[in-house]
Write a protein of this length. Structure first.
Length: 135
């Protein structure tokens, strides 16, 4: 099951940078993330993305315990890597894993509804480039 969870997190890599920010930053605009700056978001898109961040943060705050949130934040601050921070939470229950997976899928779906096809393609390209640079 742990391996499946790790593979699921890998599938979320395309949105990890975008979605991880709410854990480490209490409030920020969408344009404060370099990966999104490359997408040239409109003001309306920035607002929608910010709302997605806030909803995800709220969901994850209810899923994770305070100790788990602290553990995630500590690793994320050091590594700036969502996957590493998420996998560092070694005491997640199966229910928590499923809830996190569902929240991330919902957020990814909402983000897809906000971005144009060209922006989505650019985001995929940028994320693929980042993954290759980390190896």
């Amino acid at each position: 099951m742990k391996r499946f969870f790790h593979l699921g997190l890998l599938g979320l890599a395309a949105t990890a940078t975008v979605m991880a920010a709410p854990f480490a930053i209490a409030s920020a605009s969408a344009q404060s993330f370099p990966i999104l700056e490359a997408l040239d978001l409109t003001d309306e898109q920035q607002e929608q993305v910010q709302n997605i961040f806030q909803d995800l943060r709220s969901d994850l705050d209810t899923i994770l315990t305070d100790a788990q949130q602290s553990q995630f934040q500590e690793v994320y601050r050091e590594s700036q890597d969502f996957r590493a921070a998420a996998t560092a939470i070694d005491n997640l229950t199966d229910d928590q894993k499923a809830e996190i997976r569902a929240a991330m899928q919902d957020s990814r779906g909402e983000l897809s509804g906000v971005l144009t096809a060209a922006q989505q393609a650019e985001l995929r390209s940028l994320m693929q480039e980042r993954r290759q640079n980390r190896r």
